[in-house]
Design a protein around this ligand. Structure first.
Ligand SMILES: Nc1ncnc2c1ncn2[C@@H]1O[C@H](COP(=O)(O)OP(=O)(O)O)[C@@H](O)[C@H]1O
Ligand SMILES: [Mg+2]
Length: 305
């Protein structure tokens, strides 16, 4: 559906997107995971046709996306990273303004406004001015505004930053429902938990490049280890950590050792070594590695940097 071919975007001397090629198929819930400054918003604004690339091309169902061609952009909805609402207007008035800009009116517009306010739990607050809304409520309204004209592709740029858990869940549930009903979604985030929960395919982006692309399982196979054992730092566990260095990767972060055994290393051997040092099993958590580990492995950085 959406296709990027060697897309480059520069701001002066800075290359924000560096030859990105990407294909998004109909029905996907695609995640764009990367830290601040990775190039996520730049990619979103190019896809939405708000900017023109310096090199390469973007197409939607074969039609070149261009700021000069509204018809190439109307099939999309953009939820921008910064809230784009009229603060002095009510929720309902905001939806009416945006709906009319898309050519909706009358009973059809009224029905869509009612349905979308109800879908994200804002029906009772419809008459309140947006400036009285919490950050999370504004985010929910920002989202339904982008969907009012029933686009076939939704570009969602970090829609949960600074959002309370209740609003976040309302946003997740609504996006998942829309995706089940056929909406194609591109969702950018720097939270690996969100990409893990929501996205059927994930692209890891940093410094303007896509470093890896795949399902969660596919991305995890990029790691040279299959599990991660985490245990607190202590004199006895430091001795264990020292013994383990030859059996895999060892990192120490936030008062915890994180041991990533090589695939041929037996966990029974690990527990035997721990027992010999008098460390009880309850000290250890063995878990599947996360996308954070994949990101660190591929880029040498953490998502929080
Ligand atoms: N309008 C702009 N002018 C100059 N530099 C920009 C502009 N927008 C973004 N950048 C820079 O481009 C890089 C990518 O930014 P952005 O696409 O916003 O990343 P992200 O959304 O992943 O945080 C960053 O280094 C950012 O500072
Ligand atoms: Mg951004």
């Amino acid at each position: 559906m959406l296709s990027l071919r060697s897309v480059t975007k520069r701001y002066g001397a800075l290359t924000a997107l560096d030859g990105v090629s990407l294909d998004i198929a109909r029905g996907e819930f695609f995640g764009l995971l990367g830290p601040n400054g990775a190039g996520k918003s730049t990619l979103m604004s190019l896809a939405a046709g708000l900017r023109t690339p310096d090199a390469g091309a973007l197409t939607l169902d074969g039609i070149v996306i261009s700021p000069a061609d509204p018809a190439s952009r109307i099939p999309m909805g953009l939820v921008p990273q910064s809230i784009a609402l009229f603060q002095d207007l009510s929720a309902e008035q905001n939806l009416r303004v945006f709906g009319e800009l898309y050519g909706l009116h009358g009973a059809e517009l009224r029905t869509r406004i009612d349905e979308s306010l109800a879908a994200v739990g804002l029906a009772e607050r419809r008459k309140d001015p947006v400036k009285n809304f919490s950050g999370g409520m504004q985010r929910r309204l920002n989202l339904i505004t982008a969907l009012l004209h029933r686009p076939k592709l939704l570009l969602c740029d970090e829609p949960t930053v600074g959002v309370d858990p209740q609003s976040r869940n309302a946003i997740f549930d609504y996006l998942e429902k829309c995706n089940r009903e056929g909406l194609t979604i591109i969702y950018s985030t720097h939270y690996m938990e969100e990409a893990t929960r929501l996205c059927s395919r994930i692209g890891i982006i940093d410094h303007g490049k896509i470093h890896a692309l795949g399902t969660l399982d596919e991305l995890l196979t990029r790691l040279p280890f299959e599990e991660e054992i985490v245990f607190p730092v202590s004199p006895a566990s430091d001795a264990l950590a020292a013994q383990l260095r030859n059996n895999g990767e060892l990192a120490t972060l936030d008062g915890r050792h994180r041991f990533r055994p090589r695939p041929d290393f037996k966990l029974s051997a690990f527990y035997a070594q721990a027992e010999a040092l008098g460390l009880p099993p309850r000290n250890f958590t063995a878990a599947r590695p996360s996308l954070e580990a994949v990101f660190l492995h591929l880029t040498g950085r953490t998502l929080r940097e």
